[in-house]
Design a protein. Structure first.
Length: 117
């Protein structure tokens, strides 16, 4: 989430640099997943959609001679490809381990009072 907010900041800076006016609206209503597997699958679909969108945006920027925007979109595509790879790995681990074992592996014991400070 923090990384996506950084992307938003970069878009806003670029739009302002190009003398545009940023419009901040929610483009897609989040979907509530019913399972961990569904959550990862929905996130993976979103990452693939984002990669396609930013790849096309980079191409359009290149064709328009806007190297700064092209560079921004290409950098974000690389970030999204990293997210896609991580999600594919998690789905593979879920498939091989089962959801209970996967969750158990990623849970940690609560910190003791003297460990929190």
């Amino acid at each position: 989430m923090t990384e996506e907010l950084g992307h938003s900041d970069a878009y806003i800076e670029r739009i302002l640099f190009l003398k545009g006016q940023p419009e901040l609206t929610l483009q897609k209503t989040p979907t509530l997943a019913k399972s961990l597997r569904e959550m990862f699958a929905l996130d993976l679909d979103d990452e693939k959609e984002a990669i396609d969108f930013y790849t096309k945006a980079a191409r359009t920027a290149y064709e328009s001679g806007d190297i700064g925007s092209r560079s921004l979109f290409e950098r974000i595509v690389l970030d999204e490809e990293g997210h896609m790879g991580w999600l594919e790995l998690q789905l593979d681990l879920l498939e091989r381990m089962g959801e209970s074992a996967y969750i158990s592996k990623h849970m940690s014991a609560p910190a003791k009072a003297n460990e929190r400070t």
